[in-house]
Design a protein around this ligand. Sequence first.
Ligand code: PLP
Length: 236
Amino acid sequence: MSREAELRDGLERVHARIAAAAGAAGRDADDITLVVVTKFFPAEEVRLLHGLGVRDVGENRHQEAQAKAAELRDLEPPLRWHYIGGLQSNKAAAVASYADVVHSVDRSKLVTGLSRGAVERGRPLAVLVQVDLDPDGAPGSGRAGAAPDDVPVLADAVVAADGLDLRGVMAVAPLGVDPAPAFERLSEVASGVREEHPSATWVSAGMSGDLEAAIASGATHVRVGSAVLGARPSRG
Ligand SMILES: *Cc1c(COP(=O)(O)O)cnc(C)c1O
């Protein structure tokens, strides 16, 4: 089977899962955006995905994302680049030069750099506040996200910054446990943010292994890599 045919099959399977999960939750599948996570895969595969109708792609490393965005600048209609990875504050302005959405804002230090980058490029940057849903995880264990109690202040900081549009919240469910309670918690945090900022309607949650649970709890954006593309190659 050609790579293009494999990718078409992967997309069909994931769209069918999204449709089934939306149906089970009494939701409209059109309200759920599939962000295809293309990290580790070369730009050529992203180009194939674009040919198959994909418009939203996710990346988690600045260098790699920047290079792919540059290489695929010719695509029409353009891709929307979702930055979903850990972010260093000294790279934040650079990420804002190509990203359309940054899902991983988890501390106020990032807001300054993202704001500067967004103002420089002259186009607003959509921002999600990343929430840490693992109350038992040890601090410093490599987890990302703001504690739920810190989210309102961070959301206010995003709203106050020039060039940034607060669109909602994002999270990764804790590994190795039932993701449903974590996604319900995220849904509560999202409602709290929406009370203060009604346009912050996005909930980015769910990956290849848990997109159904995320959709049941109200995810508007699922970030799916391996279920579309297969196992990730090692980074060269
Ligand atoms: C890699 C990644 C994904 C996609 O993971 P899969 O299990 O391959 O679907 C989603 N979200 C984040 C933050 C990631 O880093």
